[in-house]
Write a protein that binds this ligand. Structure first.
Ligand code: 26Q
Length: 856
């Protein structure tokens, strides 16, 4: 060991470790014979030298690795543990301040958190990035390679899960006392590979090598009940009291992930539950049904938190999913109550003043019934005061209008899993029906639509209606979406509860989506306007001063080109496709869904290809069509579209006749870390959902912030992006929500358009033939069928010509480098509104009534 690798002085340094930190999944470092650990923020110390010592110590003492044989993963874990030391210190300080002030807190309830990698962000948040990089490099390690060793924490499907992760970043950065609750899924969203162009899923065993961020907290294990039946017993005053009996017991063990704010000392917690079976649970089953039954029940207790459901639209009727939701909600509420009541002055009276719970969609909405049950059955509270507490505690965010995506559980299943909760839901419904009767006397129609129970056919519990009546505030996630929520989905509730519905337009964290993901653009921006934009994204407006400055335009385009060269290299590795960084990079990255219309994009690619084949001299701007998307494993049509894009893409990429003018690259396994590579390299952002279907979108914001121009419909947050960047700096096309409604009302027939539009007809027929899958007829039958026979429910044919014409305008603008640069810069400069810091301040001020609590 060279003398430089030793910290200059460790003698006067305070240990950053605290005994209450708890044991990590990867064991925490132990103290070495009384020698205190060095501290990278110690005044006068060289942070690189101190970091190096910390990393080496963790490598040896925690991981038992020899420096010579350590792999990048070992270095990643050791460095993570070194940064974690500082984060844990701040965590303890933060919790102490919050507890001392008995601060009002936000509890965010979400079944999904799409965190991605935490290493880079936490290094930036703690100011230890350069120190860690320098330390690793001085140890002969490649910093990039070490970062790449971190597996994404992919505990979410898409937008909703990533929104939760961005919100946590903003909540800590803005010093709001917060606790995020969720599930510590052993398997996150599946890994996607392609086999002959088709999606194949593999399990995402993300924690096999340990999770150095997770701190297991066995001391806060919760015990919850499920299944069983309800018995009526009579108390000493002759009142009937329901008792939930013969339940099964499941244990929830919390794992805490620290969430460090940027440029502040606040570190909040993300508390994720993993399930365990209990011993007596095991025994009881053993006594009832014998050995096999016992083992099966034990397996159930341990299966609960195994896997994230890979659907981003409701998968109806899956018992395990309902059990997961309840497990999560019951553990979280108990933990939250424990925390509330441990402060001496606290009681039920001040509960709603200290606790705000945000429900991320209806997935945790059973919390409303669970808190009622706790108040009624465990605390013997009367209905009215209990309902008052509940409705002052919860708020609900709606993320979809699609009727098929609204969560509904069959009453029979609900009764089996949560019999007491079903009774409570019926009781809530009785009260609701009385309100509806008072407001609209003798109107059965109004009762039918408002009811928590859907009565036609098979009876179902409507979770969205439960969430609306049990919450003080309901919010949509973009202005258009909120307007439609009030007008189309819940008009009766909007009249019944005036003011309950609010808009909170989504946002994204600038720390991850610009500062970390796009270091080149960040450096260029900071060079011009300083560094404050990282915490105050509106500052980007200052860039407008240089929009017409040729030198700045060139610098901006040079950054984009360098990012594209990086992505081109990645595309070569992952897809085996050669693409030029001088081509226009046209990007559509998001879950695969019919309503998102990746097939509209595909039809346009086919049209371009056909034009080139018919006229090889056709002068078009060379383009690379970049896709990344996962389809729900059971969603056949979505998988068919993936295969179609891959197969058509392969044919185009290998066709020498078109001289490489268009290329198609479908990058496998879309995930947060891949998004971070693609977004900085995008020229054009495809946001082409059928108007009225995409609640908000957040990828649209990330791409615009990084200087991509949007081609999109007037849907979700695209409407607000247009307002911000200006209508001259965005490519809007297609039917509006009103026009979509009109078209459906007057009877839409895709065949009319098919017969009218020769080019469109040709490409659809082409796709329907076996041209792209020689010998395999009907390979794209599901897609072809949906566009024509099934009536084209998402109006792909209706919007095709407008889209295709709009793409001609894109082509034209890209030929004028300066004009394109100008618009791209304006997109970056005018996206300040879409910082999740703005969104979180709005939630805090208008829904949670929450104040920042700075940590000194
Ligand atoms: C529910 C029950 C059973 C199984 C799965 C589900 C389930 C899981 C995830 C239903 C929906 C989701 C995710 C929805 C989602 O991501 N919605 C997106 O939320 C974003 C953030 O607000 C918006 O920007 C997108 O427009 C919206 O589609």
């Amino acid at each position: 060991m060279s003398s430089a690798s030793k910290p200059k002085s460790t003698r006067n340094m305070k240990s950053p470790k605290s005994e209450s930190t708890g044991a990590g999944t990867v064991p925490s470092a132990v103290q070495h014979g009384g020698s205190p650990l060095p501290h990278p923020h110690q005044p006068g110390a060289d942070p690189v030298v101190v970091m190096r010592a910390l990393i080496q110590r963790h490598l040896v003492s925690t991981l038992a690795r020899h420096t010579g044989s350590a792999t990048p993963r070992d270095w990643w874990i050791a460095t993570t543990l070194a940064v974690r030391d500082t984060i844990h210190e701040r965590l303890i300080a933060t919790q102490a301040v919050h507890n001392a002030q008995n601060a009002r807190r936000l509890y965010y309830f979400s079944l999904e958190y799409l965190m991605g990698r935490l290493f880079g962000n936490n290094l930036l948040a703690t100011g230890l990035y350069d120190a860690a990089k320098g330390a690793l490099e001085s140890l002969g390690q490649n910093f990039e390679q070490v970062r790449e060793a971190e597996v994404d924490m992919g505990l979410g499907n898409g937008g909703l899960g990533r929104l939760a992760a961005c919100f946590l970043d903003s909540l800590s950065t803005l010093d709001y006392p917060t606790l995020g609750y969720g599930i510590y899924y052993e398997f996150g969203l599946f890994k996607q590979v392609f086999s002959h162009g088709a999606q194949v899923e593999h399990p995402d065993n993300w924690m096999v090598f340990g999770d150095p961020w997770g701190i297991i907290r066995p001391e806060y294990t919760q015990e919850i009940q499920i299944y069983g039946r309800v018995e009526n017993v009579f108390d000493d005053r002759g009142n009937s009291r329901p008792r939930w009996v013969e339940t099964k017991t499941i244990l929830g063990v919390p794992h805490d992930i620290p969430i460090a704010g940027y440029g502040t000392k606040t570190v909040n917690l993300l508390r994720l539950w993993s399930s365990r079976a209990t011993e007596d649970f095991d025994l009881a089953a053993f006594n009832r049904g014998g050995y096999v039954e016992a083992v099966r029940e034990k397996a159930m207790g341990e299966t609960l938190s195994k896997v994230l459901y890979p659907n981003d639209k409701t998968e109806n009727g899956k018992e395990l999913r309902l059990v997961q939701q309840y497990f999560f909600v019951a553990c979280s509420l108990r933990d939250l109550l424990r925390r509330h009541f441990r402060s001496p002055g606290n009681s039920w009276t001040n509960f709603p003043e200290k606790v705000a719970v945000q429900l991320n969609d209806t997935h945790p909405a059973v919390a409303i019934a669970e808190l009622m049950r706790i108040l009624l059955d465990e605390h013997a509270m009367a209905w009215d005061p209990a309902w008052d507490i509940v409705t002052r505690t919860f708020a609900y965010t709606n993320h979809t209008l699609l009727p098929e995506a609204l969560e509904k559980w069959s009453v029979a299943l609900f009764e089996k899993v949560l019999p007491r909760h079903l009774q409570i839901i019926y009781q809530i419904n009785d009260q609701l029906m009385r309100q509806v009767e008072a407001r609209w006397p003798h109107d059965t129609g109004k009762k039918r639509v408002c009811s928590l129970i859907e009565e036609d056919g098979h009876k179902k519990v409507r979770m969205a209606n439960l969430a609306v009546v049990g919450s003080h505030t309901v919010n949509g996630v973009a202005a258009l979406h909120t307007a439609l929520l009030k007008k189309s989905l819940f008009p009766e509730f909007d009249q019944l509860y005036p003011g309950k519905f609010q808009n909170k337009t989504n946002g994204i964290t600038p720390r991850r989506w610009l500062y970390k993901a796009n270091p080149r653009l960040s450096a260029l921006i900071s060079d011009k306007i300083g560094h404050d934009w990282v915490r105050d994204l509106d500052q980007l407006r200052q860039l407008e001063k240089w929009v017409d400055d040729p030198a700045f335009q060139e610098a901006f385009m040079a950054v984009k080109r360098a990012n594209k060269a990086d992505l081109a290299a990645q595309i070569k590795i992952e897809c085996g496709v050669d693409v030029s960084p001088d081509a226009l990079f046209d990007v559509q990255i998001k879950r695969l869904h019919e309503y998102k219309r990746q097939h509209l994009n595909l039809l346009h690619i086919l049209a371009l290809y056909r034009r080139l084949l018919q006229n090889p001299a056709l002068d078009i701007v060379p383009r690379v069509f970049v896709f990344a998307a996962k389809a729900a494993p059971g969603y056949e049509l979505a998988k068919n579209i993936i295969r179609a894009i891959n197969v058509v893409g392969a044919r185009i990429n290998g066709d020498a006749r078109i001289s490489g003018k268009i290329k198609v690259a479908f990058l496998p396994n879309y995930r947060v870390s891949l998004a971070e590579r693609i977004i900085p390299a995008a020229d054009l952002s495809e946001q082409i959902s059928t108007a009225g279907k995409e609640a908000s979108g957040t990828g649209n914001m990330k791409l615009a912030l990084n200087g991509a121009l949007t081609i999109g419909t007037l849907d979700g947050a695209n409407v607000e992006i247009r307002e911000e960047v200006g209508e001259d700096n965005i490519f809007i096309f297609g039917l509006t929500v009103e026009e979509v409604e009109q078209l459906h009302a007057h009877g839409y027939n895709p065949w009319d358009i098919y017969h009218r539009d020769e080019e469109l007809r040709a490409v659809i027929d082409w796709l329907g033939s076996d041209y792209f899958t020689p010998g395999e007829h009907g390979a794209f039958g599901p897609l072809h069928h949906s566009l024509l026979q099934a009536g084209d429910p998402y109006l792909v044919l209706a919007d095709f010509r407008a889209y295709s014409d709009c793409q001609l305008r894109v082509d034209e603008l890209y030929r004028n480098r300066s004009a394109w640069a100008r618009q791209a810069i304006l997109n970056s400069a005018r996206c300040g509104k879409f910082s999740s810091d703005r969104t979180i301040r709005e939630y805090a001020n208008e829904i949670w009534k929450l104040s920042p609590v700075p940590v000194k």
